[in-house]
Design a protein around this ligand. Structure first.
Ligand code: TGC
Ligand code: FAD
Length: 391
């Protein structure tokens, strides 16, 4: 089906964007229409990551939008980063996942916590898509509570020896490098760059997902992997190091979810105006108008939340709790809109002719990863009461 997407902007939010923001956003929007929409349904049905789009993702600046140009990044601000994620997720959350992981979970820690040699060695290749990366934090027994991780490394003099396993890792099956979080002999968490081909390192793919089917997910298994000492990220350790990366990725998701919601709303609105039942368009019935009116209200609120968060992030003032609130609210908004939009399409809503069911299924992962819906509520709860209710 042709991609007829028209972005909703009920509160003229475009007026608050700079010319550069609009240029970056429109380039991503055009690229998604041209390169993602025609192939994404097939990729999702086949459960294959469409590797052919990697080059295009790099060209629209989706790999490291805010990483300085001297390292190959696009050198853009945080609102531009958000807008790129919004447009990509308008196409598919799995494609946005690939870009989020590459930018915020692989390039960001190398940029922020890496040595100058590591930055020069890896960042330009990650920005161009020559190298693809993944981020290993979650383990089979430690998901919401990553501080309990068991993956560990020992100092063997001229190298480290890494053992353990990570699961649910986006991009793992094809990644060239993995930023892996593991404990040293004192139990302190550090980041290590593990390269494909290192002996004892394998990345089996996770099959049979009903969600994020166009994104490859896998495990990272480390069996006495020898890691050169220069592959340890030297400039930050402790759980705060991976959590700092999550701040950046969650910010991108808060924007990305708006894209998925906009696509569902736009599709449902067009369908409702065209679909005739009982001799008039279903858009003319109050029950359908309630759904559509509530959708555009929620999208508009989410757009304003994301934009203000982007301004705060540009000023270096966005807190972890503010980012959590936006991730939680905007993903919840998107999943509810996807469910309502699917109903507006009746039986057609369950087919791959339209994008809605794919978005709906994808968002089941998005509401779980990068901190579950519940965990983000607890982060807000802790922020306003001063009392942590995680334990
Ligand atoms: P807690 O005691 O609160 O904190 C431990 C240390 O970290 C510091 N800290 C932060 N530092 C920087 N940035 C942040 N956002 C930080 N949040 C906390 C904190 O100050 C403390 O420092 P120190 O010096 O005192 O040690 O930690 P906790 O163990 O109680 O856990 C808190 C909790 C539950 C909020 C945290 O563990 C959490 O966020 N859990 C959720 C896990 C999660 O989000 N995993 C995501 C895995 S990656 C992923 O899903 C990628 S999907 C990618 C895709 O495809 O798009
Ligand atoms: P659990 O932590 O076991 O949670 C199960 C349920 O218990 C949830 O509803 C949760 O909210 C609830 N719960 C947990 N703790 C509490 C509490 N204290 N109070 C109340 N309720 C609680 N991880 C990576 O490291 N890298 C990746 O690239 C990555 N990609 C992913 C891709 C996909 C498709 C998916 C599905 C996951 C991915 N993840 C990744 C893992 C993801 O971050 C975790 O799934 C997530 O953090 C939740 O962990 P869990 O699945 O172990 O659930």
């Amino acid at each position: 089906m042709a991609d007829l997407f028209q972005a909703p902007d009920y509160y003229n939010i475009d007026d608050l964007l700079s010319d550069e923001h609009k240029m970056v956003r429109d380039a991503a929007r055009d690229w998604v229409k041209r390169e993602v929409s025609p192939i994404i349904e097939d990729a999702a049905q086949k459960a294959e990551f469409p590797k052919s789009i990697v080059k295009g993702l790099a060209e629209i600046g989706a790999f490291g939008p805010y990483i300085p140009e001297e390292y190959g990044g696009a050198g853009l601000d945080q609102i531009s980063y958000g807008l790129i994620m919004q447009e990509i997720e308008r196409g598919d959350s799995g494609v946005r996942s690939t870009a989020s992981v590459q930018s915020s979970l692989v390039m960001y820690p190398i940029w922020k916590y890496g040595s100058e040699e590591q930055r020069k060695k890896y960042l330009p290749k990650l920005a161009s898509g020559e190298f693809m990366g993944c981020f290993g934090l979650t383990e089979p027994d430690y998901g919401s509570n990553p501080g309990g991780m068991l993956t560990n490394f020992k100092d063997k003099g001229d190298h480290y020896l890494l053992n353990g396993a990570k699961m649910w890792i986006s991009n793992a099956p094809f990644a060239d490098i993995a930023v892996v979080w593991a404990k040293n002999e004192e139990g302190r968490i550090h980041g290590l760059i593990v390269e494909r081909g290192m002996e004892g390192f394998t990345t089996p793919e996770t099959h049979n997902k009903w969600s994020l089917r166009a994104s490859a997910t896998g495990e990272l298994i480390f069996n006495d992997v020898k890691i050169p000492k220069e592959n340890l990220l030297p400039n930050k350790s402790g759980l705060g190091a991976p959590l700092g990366c999550l701040d950046s990725a969650r910010f991108g998701i808060a924007w990305g979810a708006i894209g998925a919601a906009m696509d569902c709303y736009d599709t449902a609105l067009r369908y409702a105006k065209e679909r005739i039942q009982f001799d008039k368009p279903i858009a003319g019935y109050q029950l359908q108008q309630k759904k559509l009116a509530e959708m555009i209200t929620e999208i508009t609120k989410a757009q304003l939340l994301a934009l203000r968060l982007g301004q705060l992030k540009n000023e270096g003032k966005a807190t972890t709790a503010q980012i959590s609130m936006a991730k939680r609210n905007n993903v919840d908004m998107a999943i509810k809109i996807a469910r309502e939009a699917r109903q507006i399409l009746g039986g057609m809503g369950i087919t791959g002719e339209y994008s809605i069911m794919r978005h709906m299924m994808n968002l089941e992962s998005v509401i779980t990863y990068e901190g579950t819906h519940d965990i983000h509520l607890l982060i807000t709860g802790m922020d306003i009461t001063g009392i942590a209710a995680f334990k």
